[in-house]
Design a protein around this ligand. Sequence first.
Ligand SMILES: [Zn+2]
Length: 216
Amino acid sequence: MTRAMPRDSFHQIVQGVHKFQRHVYPAMAETFRALEKGQSPSTLFVTCADSRVNPHLLTNTQPGDIFVARSIGNLIPAHGSGDRGTAALIEYAVQVLQVEHLVVCGHSQCGAIKSLLDPHDDATVPRVTEWLHYDDPARAMIQEMAEKAPAHAMLKVATQHNVTAQLTNARTYPAVATAVALGRLELHGWYYDIGSGGVESLDPVRNTFHPLRADA
Ligand SMILES: [Zn+2]
């Protein structure tokens, strides 16, 4: 695999910490002092672990605003599937923090979705292969929807249908189903285009994605 961009050196990351302490922290000291007392994020933001996706930058949010859950392919394994990590994140966000929104945000050029379209068990990364098997129940649907799309849009369509599949999985959690039924929690599906900065949002009635409206 070729690298699209030169790798940042670790030295640069350490320098970043020092810049944060010298410039960013003093300017936001009040915010951080308030956050020391606790967190009350409005939103559980589930997205891919991909380094090109930066949830705070994308949503222009500050520390304390969003509770972020990241995984390869922004999967939410269904309740009872055996995955404990995502289940714990959902439980904590919905039951303890009582978030009012749950966003599943997929993104363009997602490697996990590419491998869903062209599945092969890779012995060199057995845990990744194992993780992606959590999407097996949705895989046929995702592949079928992608095959109906024009060639240039296949990956995008697959990524968007993967987002809808994860929202379906989210509803299998009793805490989520209850909060949604009580009107305490709203679910949202997003698709983020890395190259353009565009964000499309799922219309759950039509099951189609449209540019995210400013008044959403
Ligand atoms: Zn990804």
